[in-house]
Design a protein around this ligand. Sequence first.
Ligand code: ZN
Length: 313
Amino acid sequence: MSDHALDTDTLRAAADDLARHDVALVTLDSLRFDVAAEAAAPNLKALGPLRRATSYGSFTLPSHAAIFGGFLPDVTEEPQWDFYSRELRQLWRLSRARRQAVPRASMLLNGDNIVEGFGRAGYRTVGAGGVRWFSSGYFPGLFDTFRYWGPDGDDTDKFAERGFGDFALDHVEELVGEVAATERSFLFVNAAETHAPYTRGTDDPFDTETQRIARSWSGSWNGGAVVPFTTAARKDMARLREAQRVALESVDRKLGRLFDALTRPTVVVVCADHGEAFGEKGWWGHNQPMPEVMSVPMWIGVLHPSGCQTAVP
Ligand SMILES: [Zn+2]
């Protein structure tokens, strides 16, 4: 398949195969591609190759609007087309999207968004979130069941210290219980550990110095100012970058528990919703569409309860 061409029969077979699986989609909030590439993340590595993808949004709202609209971060680099191809551009697609002569997705879903689409296809839709966009409103309302573990209200400190065990992925048993009780499920989790201040999770003391740095930089970021990038600032950024890597490694351990707990063959997609700037051109954080923010990591695979993984066709 040197030219990556897939015939229509192959695409239909892939669609039939995927339609028999449960689906789990995890977004790692704010995770940079290069941080993902340098982290020790054995459970993600076992899921499938790390793909460099481009997000459709520079912050949580537009990125998830695109994802729920059927557009995962898009893979455009040819060497990584072991799953994606010129023909197969997405895992799923809404039937109301523009008609194409050759189907460009494995699963065709009917509805205003993929959550409704999975619901209409007989899947129970279960969601969980950890950043404010999931505390109430549009996104949680899409799901049959939605749980939110994150900061409350609109006026609390954005970087207020969380208690231990209050991230969505600290509740794997509860989430798996929800999906195992039904015949087929679509599980969505927004993991906030990798969002500033890059909380490590339950198995490590909270790093107050990282929190202090993230809070101090958040002021300049929220004001939209591009700050002078001094030596001290570079040191701060290096520390934040390291903290995000450590946060991802804690998430990988939690994902291992989630993957082990799944009871049926499941198509699993893990991706960042957007990246993060660490001082490039004087910027920190996300919102601004720059390469470090728009380039994101993505892993896709099929998990079987027996523990063996296979790549999606
Ligand atoms: Zn986000």
